[in-house]
Design a protein around this ligand. Structure first.
Ligand code: PRX
Length: 652
């Protein structure tokens, strides 16, 4: 398959017959409707899809752009949207199917979900005094209680902020402090590859200094011993027993915050991306319906972790808002072997399967022929997310997993967009491998030339932008209005007005298809996880021997991008033991951020290429790491000879 001329795969005709959007004419009609009457489009969906306690009076107010308000006057509760409204017709339907690492299984119906979430909400409210607007940190494994905790917060109007379980104590502490959270919900730990791993000790370490946290709720999962701080730590398993099964949902304004989720930017510390209630849940539900086309009796599985935005929108909120059956999996896809996901697809008759290119590459590499051993005929839609997928992985996914019969939806979006913004529609869009295709109806996504603000020409490339606010758009960065405006609305203007810039580059092909080419800023994408080079550099700098450091991304066969660090040590006497020094650097990263940010390559450089004003020329370092020719003019550098020296060290 050539990368330039991409073959086109038409939607499966049988599938298209019953799809919600059946062909490109229907797609275009929806997009035209949104273009002609933007507020009419969104207002009608908000009325149809959401269960309002009190109807909204105004669809959108952008007079204070980029601080936009949607569905003002409306009152609702997101947990009621996800649970209560289904009780009449879906009481006994499976809401969540859980499978543990070791194969333990549990099915939770919508009625059981209602009881569990209500109890959890009562626990937070009555035992811990959590109130509307309070921030609650969730540092949990992939277990049912994580979903209950999110929905319980939503029920009482508390703002949850999930911290991915792979983050270190220091990273957790930073987020707790930034969010000024008074409660942490965690677990003793969980299981991975049949072995217990721990989370509670990380929380203990995070809380060892001064923090705003008053109470810690600990869910028992692996039963390992944990230390207990009297008056601070409480057992979920004990407290939950006494909680009533009814907790009236808090009446929330459409624009009341629902959650914060910290993500990396190109500079400084991670930013607490804020999503609010009505707009977020509306788009989570609409994209579930359009992009995965989940039907009433379908079983849907997204393999993400709840610690990332994909887990928020497409394991918990989106599927439950539409009343679907969603699968939650604690384990890793390659354990006990690379047939695990396909075994689960067969067993649960999964109809939609959504994962990241990294997982596809690993499963392809470790178990090319595994899919053929299982009955995967239930599959209808396959999804990918988080990074560009390479054509060989796409081909294997399409043929070996999807039997050349399933649509692949290459969904492009980010933490800040709340839900998909550019994606194929499985019954309508003729797909091209590794191509996110077209903006979803209602989303005014365009590739713009950053200099002129005009639509990019075919093949020219430009910046991926959204030119009108949409309901699930980020509402702010917690505690930092200026950074919010500067991060997203400073770089590109259309017709003189600032527009939302995603930070990604993209291009149109001759058929108008959008391909995402990757970040244009200093953010790298490791296994589909966003990592700010500045964050990794700040961590490495904490090593006492390090004088200077520059971090860049380098293509990696499995992870998409790996982390490549150029380190200048304080003493110039050379490195006695390189391996030991690299290990020491990685230990600092482990402590500051977590294992997800470990370096794949470390080079001890004699200096870094800098301009005379002291700016590190990362583009040169990126070219060297990638083995590409250096095209930049290096004559203006403070010390041009350093480039040749580094090149020699890296390329030999
Ligand atoms: O660079 C884009 C890449 O992932 C970034 C968003 O990362 P995060 O906020 O962690 O959310 C990941 C899950 C939505 C984007 O700025 N990205 C996401 N989806 C795609 C992608 N790159 C290419 N193709 C995609 N389908």
């Amino acid at each position: 398959m050539s990368d330039n001329v991409k073959p086109v795969f038409k939607p499966n005709k049988e599938f298209a017959k019953t799809a919600r959007i059946k062909n490109m004419c229907e797609y275009q009609a929806l997009q035209d409707y949104a273009m002609e009457d933007y507020e009419g489009f969104w207002g009608s969906y908000a009325k149809e899809k959401l269960s309002w306690i009190k109807p909204f009076t105004n669809v959108m107010d952008e007079s204070n752009f980029p601080f936009v308000k949607w569905f003002e006057g409306g009152k609702l509760n997101v947990s009621a949207q996800c649970i209560d409204r289904h009780l009449d017709s879906r009481k006994n339907k499976a809401a969540i199917i859980f499978e543990g690492d070791r194969g333990d299984k549990q099915i939770v119906t919508y009625l059981e979900l209602y009881y569990n979430v209500n109890r959890f909400a009562n626990l937070l409210k009555n035992e811990f005094g959590v109130k509307k607007g309070d921030r609650v940190i969730i540092y949990m494994p992939m277990i049912l209680e994580s979903a209950y905790a999110m929905l319980a917060c939503a029920r009482i109007g508390a703002i949850h902020s999930i911290v991915f379980g792979g983050f270190s104590a220091d990273a957790l502490r930073d987020r707790i402090k930034d969010a000024d959270a008074k409660v942490v919900i965690t677990a003793d730990g969980a299981f991975r590859k049949d072995k217990p791993y721990m989370l509670k000790p990380v929380v203990d370490e995070a809380l060892s200094g001064k923090t705003p946290v008053e109470k810690v709720l600990v869910v028992e999962r692996n039963g390992e011993d944990v230390t207990w701080v009297a008056g601070r730590d409480y057992s979920y398993n004990e407290l939950i027993k006494h909680q009533p099964t009814k907790c009236d949902p808090e009446v929330m304004d459409a624009e009341d915050p629902l959650f914060l989720l910290y993500t990396s930017g190109s500079t400084g510390k991670p930013k607490g991306v804020q999503h609010n209630s009505a707009g977020y849940i509306l788009w989570a539900q609409m994209t579930m319906e359009w992009v995965f086309d989940v039907k009433e009796n379908d079983t849907y599985w997204c393999t993400a972790d709840v610690g990332w935005i994909t887990g928020h929108t497409y394991i918990v909120y989106g599927p439950l808002a539409m009343g679907a059956t969603t699968v939650m999996f604690e384990g890793v896809p390659t354990y006990p072997d690379a047939g695990r996901p396909w075994k689960m697809v067969e067993e649960y008759k999964i109809n939609q399967f959504y994962t990241a290119p990294t997982a596809i590459r690993v499963l392809h590499k470790m178990g090319e022929n595994e899919p053929a051993k299982y009955d995967l005929s239930s599959l209808k839609v396959l999804g990918t997310v988080g990074e560009p997928i390479d054509p060989p992985a796409w081909k294997w996914y399409y043929e070996a997993v999807g039997g050349s019969r399933c649509a692949i939806v290459d969904t492009y979006w980010q933490t800040e967009t709340g839900g998909h913004i550019v994606s194929p529609l499985p019954g309508a869009t003729p797909i091209k491998p590794a191509c996110a295709t077209f903006p979803l109806p209602g989303i005014m996504a365009e590739i713009l030339d950053p200099k002129t603000g005009k639509k990019a020409e075919v093949g020219e490339g430009g910046y991926m932008c959204v030119t009108r606010p949409w309901p699930a758009m980020i509402r702010g960065i917690w505690g930092d209005e200026k950074r919010f405006v500067k991060s997203y609305f400073g770089d590109v203007k259309k017709d003189g007005k600032p527009v939302y810039f995603t930070g990604d580059g993209a291009n149109y092909d001759e058929d108008g298809y959008i391909t995402i080419t990757g970040r244009t800023d200093d953010v790298i994408n490791v296994s589909g996880h966003r990592m700010g080079t500045a964050e990794v550099e700040a961590a490495i700098k904490k090593h006492p021997n390090v004088a200077e450091v520059a971090v860049v991304g380098k293509p990696h066969e499995i992870k998409g991008e790996g982390i490549f660090a150029y380190v200048v040590l304080k003493s110039d006497t050379g490195v006695a033991d390189e391996l030991e020094e690299i290990k020491a650097i990685n230990r600092v990263i482990q402590k500051e951020i977590g294992n997800i940010a470990l370096c794949d390559d470390v080079v001890f450089a004699p200096g870094l290429p800098k301009t005379r004003s002291g700016k590190i020329m990362r583009r040169i370092l990126r070219s060297i790491a990638r083995g590409e020719a250096i095209t930049q003019d290096i004559s203006t550098l403070e010390d041009p000879t350093v480039v040749a020296k580094i090149e020699k060290m890296v390329r030999g």
